[in-house]
Structures are given as C-alpha cells and as structure tokens.
Design a protein around this ligand. Structure first.
Ligand code: SAH
Ligand code: SF4
Ligand code: F3S
Length: 441
C-alpha cells in the first residue's frame, strides 16, 4: 500500500486564506497526503497565517511553540508556515522559531510538493517568490471530490490601493485578476461537485478585470456569466472597495436573480480628515451617496462594513463622524477593530492614539453596531426568505443554513437535507440566529 501521510492545516485570517488552505490540501494530495483534523496524528502541520493586525501575527508564534512537544515525540513531523506572515517575515520565522521547516508565501504554495520533498531530506525550505507561474493554473488537475453546498472562489488577488494602515499590498502583492474562462471553468466544476452557492473572493474583488472574450471583463459581467450556470443558485462576492462599485455592479444587485442581497462594503471611518490620512480616496459623503444608489437598485440589501477606531491622530470629533456615518447607513453587520500598528506601513510612523482611548471608542462603536445588527435580524421575523441548508444543527432534527441576507437560520423539519434551498418563514430571532418553519422545499 502506498504510504499515506497526514496533513493538518490550521487557517487564520480572511476567506482568501480559507480558499488557499483548500488549494494547499489539494497540492499536497498530489504528494500523497490526506488531511486530518488532529494535529497529533499529522506528518506535516501547516499554519496558514494572517498578518493584518499585530495580534494575528503573534498568535502564530504562540501556536508554533505548542508544537514543540509533538515534534519531540515525533521527530519526522514537519512544520510549515504559509500565508501572509510567511510572506511578510520569511526567513525571520525560522530564526525566531527553529521548529519551522518550511515557509511558503500565499503566491507560491502550488510549489509545496517540491518543498515537502526537500524538507523530507532534512533541509529547510523557503519560497516567498511572487509568481513566475500561475498558482491557479498549476492546481487545475485536482481530485473531483464531492463538496458541500457553499464554496469560495478566488477571482482576484492582491491590492494596489495602499491604505496607510494595511499590509495586504505587501503580503499579497499587486492586483491581479484571473481570466474569466478559468473562473467559469472552476465554478462549473464546483457545481458538478455539489456546490450551490459561490462566494467570489478578492482583496478588492470589485476591481476584478480578468481577461475574457471581447476584452477585460468587469465583476458585473462575470456575475452575469455565472448567473447562467444551471445548478448554481446563489452568488456572493467579498471584499469590495467603495471606489470600485461601478454602475453595472450596482445594477446587477437589482437585476441579477442569483446575486444575493448582501454587500460587504468597508468604509473604515466617517471622518474625511481621517479617510484622507488613511489614503482611502473616498469621502464620507461619497460613501453615503453610493449606499443610496445601491439601495435604490436593491432596497432590501443588507450592508455590512469594516471600521478602524483609533487610527493615528483620530480625535473624538473624528470618531463622532464615524458614529454619525454608522447611524446614517444603518448596518446589518460589521467588523470593527482597534487600529493596530503594522511595521512598514505609512501610518505606523505617525502619532498614535492611546490604547485606552481606542478601547473605549471601540466599545461605543460596537454597542451601536450591535443594536443595528440586532434590529436588522429582528426585522426578519414574519418574513419568508430563501435558506440554503448546510448541515445538521445542535438539536436533534435541526438543520441550519444561511438566509439570502446571510443570517444563520435553523428549522426542525425532516424534509430538509444539506444542499436544499428552501423558503422559510422566520418565526423567531435568537441571540445569534433565526429560526423558522419550512414553507416550501
Ligand atoms: N480589502 C479589504 C479588507 C482588507 S483587511 C478592504 O479594503 O476593505 C480587512 C479589514 O481589516 C479592513 O477592512 C480593516 O478594517 C482591517 N484592518 C486592516 N489593517 C488594519 C490595521 N492595521 N489595524 C486594524 N485593522 C485593520
Ligand atoms: Fe488593505 Fe486598503 Fe487594499 Fe483593502 S483596499 S486590502 S484595506 S490596502
Ligand atoms: Fe490576513 Fe492576509 Fe487575509 S493578512 S486578512 S490573511 S490577506
């Protein structure tokens, strides 16, 4: 029998890393590895890391320290660091943590099998080169395993926007889009394997401009082409930049039946002074106008956002402007963070806001967001919404899925299976989810 080795992957950070971890598992599948959920039985451990905030990066080192005992027990165990910390810190990781055998960046992981062969020989392997070859192309020959009902599909990588706080342009590199035909091919393949909802991913997904028939395609054009795939029922995309919401994409939200009424559109701050210092190239006003236009196209759309509090030189007045913007938009969901100093980014050098001030502002902002989120969820009670069921719930007979608006919904009904898209009348709004009754399967 062939020697089957086990691979344990732990994923941090954004959805793009989730997608990348799946691709790494596939690449390593070609080298005789199957994945395991249990680090203790692994022959190789890969941490797919995130560098976005200081805490995220530090987590990697504390996690690595925890593998020391495992490695002592099992000297053949190989430990690798992938993802954005790998890209940002490279060789430094092996210096700081000698347990690490392999460091691979987010644009190089299709070369993992060759790196694995080298570490098996007792070498250390480092690859953080930006692509000379296309990682997606090399990964086309993958097994046709059955998939769950939802999947991510990366269509765009990297970022050229250089917001003053952000590491992404450095860890992921310059903006690049995959050719439309390749994306459609991967989407069809996913649908054949059981996928009914695809979330298109990119650090700036709405800046998509992949080569296609008749010239570069926009994200809107790509969505319309996906809309024609039989068996694909739902399309989402994330994350978008306000400046790249073009007219066609806004219109698609009103006209494209499979495009779900949920849009993640980070604004970061509501103060023009801070937005300028952040190098965001949009204003409070232009963002609010944009939201108006999106809502005119799709009145029930649920808007979500990202906020940073305590960006260098943020005053109480600037913070109030952010709170006013949140009041004006009325978000259905949001992520909010204290500004975290990232070495090498422009904002790292500027006068910092005190930690306790950041904490206090974050608390106020999150209280407001929580109220809005709660209200948006409660407003679903009495409505009938589409739900794509994903898996059994915690209670016997329960199935859970996501509504069109991305709320978690559970029903107790033995007529539904994972992968079913059903109409559900929402009856109750709980702390983190909705519950309802099946109207039709
Ligand atoms: N490309 C996306 C998101 C990138 S990172 C966009 O432009 O919207 C996800 C979120 O992390 C950002 O929207 C921002 O709110 C937050 N973030 C990024 N860098 C940060 C930092 N240095 N400190 C705190 N939050 C940060
Ligand atoms: Fe980072 Fe700004 Fe690019 Fe988003 S748009 S990835 S926040 S630099
Ligand atoms: Fe983190 Fe890299 Fe994503 S820094 S948020 S894993 S792009």
């Amino acid at each position: 029998m062939a020697d089957v080795k086990k691979l344990y992957i732990k994923t941090y950070g954004c959805q793009m890393n989730v997608y990348d971890s799946e691709r790494m598992a596939e690449a390593m599948g070609g080298a005789g590895y199957v994945t395991t959920e249990d680090a203790a039985e692994a022959d190789m451990i890969l941490l797919n890391t995130c560098h976005i905030r200081e805490k995220a990066a530090e987590k990697v080192y504390s996690e690595l320290g925890r593998f020391r005992a495992l490695k002592e027990e099992k000297p053949d165990l190989k430990i690798g660091v992938a993802g954005c910390v790998a890209q940002a810190e490279g060789q430094e990781i092996m210096r700081r943590q000698p347990l690490v055998d392999l460091v691979v960046g987010p644009q190089s992981y299709h070369r993992l099998p060759q790196m694995e062969a080298r570490v098996r020989e007792g070498e250390k392997a480092l690859d953080t080169d930006f692509p000379l070859d296309d990682k997606f192309d090399t990964l086309r020959q993958r097994p046709k395993a059955k998939r769950g009902p939802t999947a991510f599909l990366t269509v765009q990588e990297g970022c050229d926007k250089f917001c003053a706080f952000c590491v992404v342009p450095y860890t992921r590199g310059a903006e690049a889009s995959r050719p439309a035909a390749r994306v459609l091919e991967e989407a069809r393949d996913l649908v054949e394997r059981g996928v009914r909802e695809i979330t298109l991913l990119g650090q700036n997904v709405n800046a998509y401009h992949g080569a296609g028939e008749g010239g570069d395609w926009s994200l809107a054009r790509l969505i319309w082409a996906l809309n024609d795939i039989d068996g694909l029922e739902r399309i989402r995309f994330t994350t978008s930049h306000p400046n790249d919401m073009d007219d066609d994409l806004i219109a698609a939200h009103g006209e494209c039946a499979k495009l779900m009424p949920y849009l993640h559109l980070p604004v970061q701050s509501g103060s023009d002074r801070i937005l300028k210092r952040m190098n965001r190239s949009h204003t409070d006003e232009s963002y609010l106008r944009l939201i108006e236009r999106i809502r005119a196209a799709r009145p029930d759309i649920l808007i979500s956002g990202d906020f940073i509090v305590g960006f260098p030189e943020e005053t109480e007045e600037d913070f109030q402007a952010t709170m006013d913007l949140i009041e004006a938009v009325n978000y259905g969901y949001a992520f909010s963070f204290k500004y975290s100093t990232r070495p090498g980014t422009p904002a790292a050098e500027r006068p910092q806001v005190a930690e306790d001030v950041k904490s206090e502002r974050l608390q106020r902002l999150q209280a407001l967001i929580t109220r809005q989120q709660r209200a948006a969820q409660d407003a679903m009670v009495g409505r009938t919404v589409g739900v794509l069921f994903e898996k059994p719930g915690r209670m016997a007979g329960q199935m859970v899925g996501k509504s069109d608006y991305l709320h978690a919904v559970h029903v107790t009904d033995d007529r539904v299976q994972p992968g079913d898209l059903a109409q559900v009348e929402i009856l109750e709004s709980g702390p983190n989810s909705l519950s309802g009754r099946l109207v039709s399967v």
